[in-house]
Design a protein around this ligand. Structure first.
Ligand SMILES: [Zn+2]
Length: 242
């Protein structure tokens, strides 16, 4: 056993037992525990830890905890590690509303309400996706290289969290994905949709988008306009109009 002093900053305190929030505390760690093992035994998934300081010096999650260590853990900064790569996600079964909002803005998001944890982990690894979940046990799996604990309960607030953490406004391509299939839509003219949409719609709009998988046709009508306004308000940005 090695007893170390822990200090968790910012929102990381939310993961701790009540008595441990709001300051430093001592904790006896298992023999040869790594910092990852130690912070997860205290309730903090490794995916949520950003900068680490051990005895005032930068350290990694794989460092072995030694007697008397002082371990400070900071939350992942906003947009931390996002870089210029457009993020792709896999959302767990409880985050359907969030998945739909992400798809509206063009972010490739795998979601199914029957996805088992095992499948989520496999998809995330194989396709380099970020795991979105409110299940912190899932994020403690060592297979999860990139994951995000979603704190909020409502889809709109969840979306704002993810948007800030992964700098989503920078990468968004609104209305480019099928909301049902998560596949890139193809642009088609009105001749391609005649007979598939009401005649007055085909007459009024010149540009449409079609999903090759399910055949759904999208156009910039009043429903689209409402989604555009709702997303713009959520992100506090102006989305391009029709
Ligand atoms: Zn589709």
């Amino acid at each position: 056993m090695a007893t170390a002093t822990f200090l968790f900053h910012g929102e990381l305190a939310d993961f701790l037992a009540r008595g441990r929030r709001g300051g430093a505390f001592d904790h006896a760690c298992a023999r040869a525990a790594t910092v990852k093992n130690a912070i997860e035994s205290l309730g903090v998934p490794h995916t949520e830890a950003g900068r680490l300081l051990v005895n005032g010096r930068p350290a990694s999650l794989s460092r072995i905890v030694r007697e008397g260590d002082v371990i400070e853990v900071f939350p992942r900064g906003e947009a931390g590690g996002a870089g210029d790569e457009v993020p792709a996600f896999v959302a767990d079964a409880h985050l359907g509303g969030l998945a739909r909002l992400l798809r509206m803005l063009g972010f490739d998001t795998v979601y199914g309400n029957a996805l088992a944890d095992r499948e989520i982990l496999e998809i995330a690894t194989r396709e380099r996706r970020i795991v979105l979940t409110r299940d912190r046990e899932l994020l403690k799996c060592r297979d999860v290289l990139r994951g995000c604990f979603v704190h909020a309960l409502k889809p709109e607030a969840q979306f704002r969290e993810i948007a800030a953490r992964y700098a989503l406004p920078r990468h968004m391509r609104p209305f480019t994905l099928c909301l049902h299939c998560n596949l890139r839509l193809e642009a088609v003219g009105r001749n391609a949709v005649r007979g598939r949409v009401p005649e007055r719609i085909a007459g009024r709009y010149a540009e449409f988008a079609r999903c090759a998988a399910c055949g759904r046709i999208y156009w910039q009508g009043s429903h689209w306009e409402r989604m555009r306004e709702m997303l713009g308000a959520l992100l506090a940005v102006r989305l391009p109009g029709a």
